[in-house]
Design a protein around this ligand. Sequence first.
Ligand SMILES: Nc1ncnc2c1ncn2[C@@H]1O[C@H](COP(=O)(O)OP(=O)(O)OP(=O)(O)O)[C@@H](O)[C@H]1O
Length: 310
Amino acid sequence: MDRPVIEAVGLIREFGGVTALDGVGLHVCAGEVLGLLGHNGAGKTTLVDILTTLIPPTGGTARVAGCDVVAEGREVRRRIGVAGQFSSVDVRMSGCDNLVFVARLLGAGRRAARERTERLLEAFGLAEAAGRPAAEYSGGMLRRLDLAACLLGSPEAVFLDEPTTGLDPAGRAALWSVVEELAAEGCAVLLTTQYLEEADRLADRITVLSRGRVAAEGTAAELKAGLGSLSVSLSFGSGADRGAALRVLREAGFDPYGDGERTVVPIDAPRMLAGVVRSLDASGLEPSRISLDEPTLDDVFAALTRRPAP
Ligand SMILES: Nc1ncnc2c1ncn2[C@@H]1O[C@H](COP(=O)(O)OP(=O)(O)OP(=O)(O)O)[C@@H](O)[C@H]1O
């Protein structure tokens, strides 16, 4: 395996009595996108804050671009890019001036700052709007400008904290292709997202955090395979029937779980569908809808986070 660009070992972070991270390890290699998933409060922001040197860990170690995040914080900061939901763009300035300003702050000469700015504006589809005040940009354009700004220093690792939250489908698709290009150019990308579709599409590997621990780690395909190859999705007319169905199916040896209005039953082969239907029928439970689905990342996420972390 290539040497990881981002590497955390046994990270612990406590806030007073709250253990936000409880021994988290992960790694991201050059050219790889790691998707970090977890419910609100799972510890994602805390982890990203430690890796980007905003806060120190209480225990464990982390290295980014070969430097220790605690002992060599300044070196780490020079080698990473960070972009997120909250744009660092100054909306009173034009897109072009924003990038030139950041490039100059990073120490580039006037001419180099211009050249880098032009290249990034072009790459991010912002060349035409470059002279307009950023206040006139759409949400998607602002995110792209923010991401462009975080790449001015040619970072080895990029941290994206929910970069597409609130964007429309077109804005999201545009940002996805930028992330794909970043990875293709050899950047290590750590992406936190609430959109499982986004992780499925972009991430080479996924780490699911639950209550400050790694609940699962692998490619989307590996995580889905861990759930069984198929799932039966059932709808019932009432909550009482949903509860009864969960009980009956568990007694019959299945491992069903509730996902909103749906009851989902992972199965290993299509023939097991008959067993699901027979068990329900024998208890007088009649689903209003039945479908046989390939597991989605949503199913994996629901299954992992409904149980206490291991
Ligand atoms: N500064 C702080 N002081 C006290 N507790 C904190 C602090 N920051 C985070 N926590 C707690 O640590 C836990 C993890 O929080 P964190 O923000 O890392 O989760 P998250 O996965 O990023 O959630 P979200 O998706 O809502 O952003 C939570 O229980 C949170 O309340």
